[in-house]
Design a protein around this ligand. Sequence first.
Ligand code: UD1
Length: 420
Amino acid sequence: MDKLIITGGEQLNGEVRISGAKNSALPILAATLLASEPVTVCNLPHLHDITTMLELLRRMGVDLVIDEKLNVEIDASTIDKLVAPYELVKTMRASILVLGPMVAHFGEAEVSLPGGCAIGSRPVDLHIQGLRAMGAEVVVENGYIHAKTNGRLKGARVFFDTVTVTGTENILMAATLAEGQSVIENAAREPEVVDLAECLIAMGADISGHGTDTIVVNGVEKLHGCRFPVVADRIETGTYLAAVAATGGKIKAKNTNPKILDAVLQKLEEAGAKITCGEDWIELDMEGRRPKAVNVTTAPYPAFPTDMQAQFSAMNAVSEGVSILKETIFENRFMHMQEMIRMGAKINIDGNTAVVEGVEKLQAAPVMATDLRASASLVIAALVAEGDTVIDRIYHIDRGYECIEEKLQLLGARIKRVPS
Ligand code: UD1
């Protein structure tokens, strides 16, 4: 297992190019299963989760052509196995995204039930309920979800009693080929849901209301091919901005989209950052100052994203003042804080609330990454710690951050990867 060694104390300055969004690319790759013609997906980030999704499609017999820029042409017409096996689903929960498209297009799907994960129990009951409402027969047996439909799925009203991102995406995809109209209520409004809807529309789907909590889909008989670039990764963008802010530096994040980062940019301004934005770039300047502590409560979009909570806890750990962090989406998403406490952070955790008293500096310590965003937060903590921090189980970070060492090195960080 690789480790990262980071020598803290450098102020980060420079430019970074933001990659395509993992959480948009994954549903869009799954959506290619709905088309009767090849679909080309562009601006894919080079990440383990993307490789896993491509591997899943390949194992189903889907034809893939990848060019040197990682544009992938996907032809689902060659599919011959309607199964997402356990060994792939266990490494990536987002494999559940093939369920809706497979049933809708091919009338059948067998998808391994994802287990719990480090950040919480993460059930998929709402995905299953939604498909049942559309007439699919769904049985959960031997750790697998078996879904079937006789003829086309039927358009239906699907109400989610909890806002779910991949749940909304699964039902949205299924509805595009269903007979009649579907109305998804209390739908997720995340930019990645909007990006998926735009891709489906480019494939010929009839969708309106995406980006609001009510999405209306009029099913069509067939979807065609298209070429679609995935949106910029707002979480990768926010991670670099928070990292640079924690060090008091200056950064220009390019190839990104400031319009989908409102909640995060507002909190960074509150922390004392000067922020300037263009059409596809964001500049953050701390002018050498130490950040001010900011309170954060996570909630579905457009509120502050749970996927940025860990990075902000690292920034708050070295900020001036006391902050309160509340996690309302996942029940167990403070594991990084235990590691930060070992680095000298002053954090008191009570259930899903943490009180962080900023210290001037953290100290290096051997720490362990427990999930993707936790790893990113430990990288930030290490960047502002005195000495060499060794971060173990860094494979988590490769699931979601393209070329993180190279990008951080270009900003002036002292970071290297070592095999253990
Ligand atoms: C997606 C993102 C993840 C992000 C999360 C919340 C992808 C691939 N992953 O995950 O990075 O942290 O949104 O923004 O896009 N729930 C149920 N039943 C269900 C489904 C969800 O109870 O059937 C609950 C979950 O346990 C959780 C909440 O709903 O408490 C939100 O989860 P959800 O939005 O579904 O997260 P994911 O789509 O898995």
